[in-house]
Design a protein around this ligand. Structure first.
Ligand SMILES: C[S@@+](CC[C@H](N)C(=O)[O-])C[C@H]1O[C@@H](n2cnc3c(N)ncnc32)[C@H](O)[C@@H]1O
Length: 489
């Protein structure tokens, strides 16, 4: 496979964007200044300062200027990690509506980091906190949302909380919720307002019945789940039922089948590989963005690459693999970090390869067109340097960068693709294993281990860990990130 060569290529190096010593202190002073413009600039710069994580959650509490506070929330979003979410959660208790709404909007954008707190918050003694949590989750792109909301309408005793959950549930209504909805009416016999909310959701479930005409039974769901698991390694648990049924029903209708049984027979045929690919495209979760969990990119340019080249001869290739790439934000972030923050790039040849099981996302990788939202953590100077703004407000990454990553289709569990990706030095395998069960996780990790060069690294997503999967790797902590290294011998 011809791969684009990096390093001594025509790609130019940029300046680094970190902040040290006195500059940090100045920023902290500016953040307290009386001048809103200075405070706003400081808030922007603190997003790229090592003290930002510590300072911003404190100063945002004191900020009264709307625009400055908005900027602070943007910068917080850039920096937020699991520990910071814990520090920010008390904002849901704030009497300051602007602060609370800022927090609600922030949490809505970090489903994976917020999800672990939802059950606790929905059990909070303060009914306002429960309502604000519902405000967050109803906009969260997370498959647990209908189950969380159902739990609220089943158990919460506070009429306003149940009303908020019912309003949110209207978007997720389906026929099997009818029993729970009727039970709400019974529990709150004397609350006509709630009855009205229940009726609204009920009317949506009836619309759902029409869509649901093909009716997927438990055993049909299980047959599909097993087939999909066998071919992709992705295991849908019962809590994903809503997500899966909705997509299956859509495909049954679009392919003109009358029942699940007809459709399932069709999907299993070897000649229907195209339909199975469409199913794969609609069933995979492709959430990603530029500079996601950027500690890993920093660890790459601050330490991992130096460790790797220490064991290479000049001129040897460094190979970095992003699997799964999703729509390309991760492999392009690797490229941007190398160009901007690894001073030794010009001395080495680097290949970046990237793969995914979903054909639609790969098409989008090749086009390299992204929304402003996907670029929210990329510093503006880099956006200006590497992206062109299109007439519709989206941004296209420049051609040299598009050519610098070689994208290909394949499942991490499929041996036939592995010949393309041997001798890899760094593998970004982030936010994939969460969709697998332990068997596919172990298989995937064994594959990665086999494809890595001695001394090479694997990076997993923030919700993933190697601990129950493999003891073959050595753990290294680089700054605040954990990375997994294959031994040198
Ligand atoms: C949530 S995205 C992760 C993207 C990126 N690594 C990140 O962390 O931002 C998960 C991706 O895994 C892909 N995927 C699922 N099963 C896969 C498999 N067996 N092999 C390769 N990619 C797979 C999906 O198509 C989806 O694009």
């Amino acid at each position: 496979m011809p791969l684009y060569q990096w390093g001594k290529s025509s790609l130019s190096l940029g300046s680094t964007h970190s902040c040290t010593g006195n500059r940090c202190d100045d920023l902290i002073k500016d953040a307290e200044s009386a001048d809103p413009a200075r405070r706003r600039q400081a808030a922007l710069d603190l997003a790229y300062c090592r003290n930002g994580k510590r300072v911003l959650p404190e100063i945002v509490l004191k900020e009264r200027h709307v625009a400055v506070r908005e900027t602070m929330f943007d910068s917080l979003l850039h920096l937020v990690d699991a520990a910071m979410v814990e520090r920010l959660l008390p904002m849901l208790r704030s009497n300051d509506a602007m602060l609370r709404n800022g927090a609600i909007e922030l949490f809505q954008q970090i489903p994976e980091l917020f999800a672990p707190h939802v059950s606790g918050l929905l059990a909070d003694d303060d009914s306002d906190v429960r309502i604000f949590t519902i405000n967050v989750i109803q906009h969260l792109h997370h498959t647990m949302v209908p189950s969380w909301l159902l739990e609220v309408i089943r158990h919460d005793r506070h009429v306003n909380v149940v009303a908020a959950a019912l309003n949110a549930l209207a978007d997720f209504a389906r026929p099997n919720m009818v029993g729970d909805l009727l039970a709400v009416k019974k529990r709150f016999e004397d609350q006509p307002y709630l009855h009205f909310a229940v009726d609204t959701v009920m009317s949506r479930t009836k619309r759902g019945v029409a869509i649901d005409a093909t009716g997927i039974t438990d055993s049909e769901f299980e047959s599909f789940r097993d087939l999909f698991y066998a071919r992709t390694g992705i295991l849908f648990k019962e809590n994903k039922r809503y997500f899966v049924d909705k997509r299956l029903i859509d495909r049954i209708h679009k392919t003109g089948h009358q029942s699940f049984a007809d459709y399932f027979r069709y999907v299993r045929l070897a000649e229907s590989a195209h339909e199975f690919q469409i199913l794969t495209n609609v069933m995979t979760v492709n959430e990603t963005y530029f500079f996601r969990d950027d500690g890993h990119f920093k660890a790459m340019v601050h330490s991992m690459l130096d460790q790797i080249v220490a064991n290479k001869r000049k001129g040897e290739m460094i190979r970095i693999w992003s699997v799964p790439s999703s729509t390309g934000e991760e492999p392009y972030s690797i490229a941007l970090y190398l160009l901007e923050y690894w001073p030794k790039l010009s001395d080495w040849n680097v290949q970046i390869i990237a793969s995914d099981i979903n054909t639609e996302v790969l098409e989008r990788c090749n086009k390299g067109i992204y929304s402003k939202h996907a670029l929210r953590f990329v510093p503006q100077p880099l956006v200006r340097k590497y992206f062109a703004e299109l007439a519709n407000g989206e941004y296209q990454i420049n051609l040299a960068l598009r050519k610098s990553v070689n994208f290909f289709l394949g499942s991490i569990l499929d041996a036939k693709y592995q010949a393309d990706v041997q001798h890899v030095d760094i593998i970004f395998c982030r936010n994939l294993l969460i969709y697998f069960d332990d068997v596919s996780r172990k298989q995937a990790v064994e594959t990665l281990y086999g494809l890595l060069n001695p001394g090479g690294f694997v990076l997993l997503g923030s919700m993933e860990s190697m601990s129950r999967i493999s003891s073959r790797f050595q753990i290294q902590k680089i700054d605040s990130s954990l990375v997994y290294q294959k031994g040198l011998v």
